[in-house]
Write a protein that binds this ligand. Structure first.
Ligand code: ADP
Length: 206
């Protein structure tokens, strides 16, 4: 099963994706993390995107698409991906849709973590003191929130139409949200079978 999770910056996507990945033996594909890694390693791409990310804007759809295709096309991750931070706008939705078709995969559920702007500002302030992300200063954080708001409506509309969208209240505690998400995933037909297949293949191939 492939899962899409989205929400405003500071909604807790990363934390919840990490939890789901461990519990359901999936691979967390965080476009933000991948891009930050490029910057830390000072690759050519990293240098190219640094100012865009640090100003709170989105990097080009093509760059992110190339990054995620590496994972979607990789058989080890087939139907085992959590898309954390992708898609973020309508062209990315369409792109993900065609990439998944190309590699014979589909999305099982789309989770939207909804959180108020007030909570987000509070959380980003806390994260800023803990992690020191260059894009977590107050003005840039608000800019990232605006970028999110501006682009996300058509993403939601699309997944609503395909009946994949489920809204989760992101204001609750981390464990309450994790429990809710676990329940939703366990409600997906065939989820246990999918994990078994993966575990069995690993034992069999080792
Ligand atoms: P947040 O959701 O807290 O802003 P992320 O780690 O998801 O943090 O993303 C950090 C930054 O990386 C974004 O502000 C954006 O510049 C870039 N980014 C991440 N994912 C995408 C994407 N799908 N398309 C374009 N840019 C992206």
């Amino acid at each position: 099963m492939n899962i899409v999770i989205f929400g405003p910056p500071g909604a807790g996507k990363g934390t919840q994706s990490n939890f789901i990945a461990k519990k359901f033996k999936l691979h967390q594909l965080s476009t933000g993390e991948l891009l930050r890694k490029e910057m830390i390693n000072k690759t050519e791409l990293g240098q190219q995107i640094e100012s865009i990310i640090n100003s709170g804007n989105l990097v080009s759809d093509q760059i992110v698409s190339d990054l995620i295709e590496k994972y979607v096309s990789d058989k080890t991750f087939k139907n085992r991906l959590i898309f954390d931070g992708y898609p973020r706008n309508l062209p990315q939705v369409k792109n993900l849709d065609s990439l998944l078709k190309k590699y014979d995969q589909k999305i099982s559920i789309v989770l939207k973590l909804s959180v108020s702007l007030e909570t987000i500002i509070k959380r980003i302030f806390e994260r800023k003191t803990l992690e020191k992300r260059a894009d977590d200063n107050d003005n840039i954080a608000i800019k990232r929130y605006e970028t999110y708001e501006k682009n996300i409506k058509p993403v939601m509309e699309f997944y609503k139409k395909t009946n994949l969208l489920t809204v989760v209240n992101g204001e609750k505690s981390i464990s309450e949200i994790s429990d809710e998400i676990s329940g939703l995933i366990e409600g997906i037909k065939g989820w246990l079978w999918e994990i078994w297949q993966y575990k069995y293949a690993r034992i069999y191939n080792s």
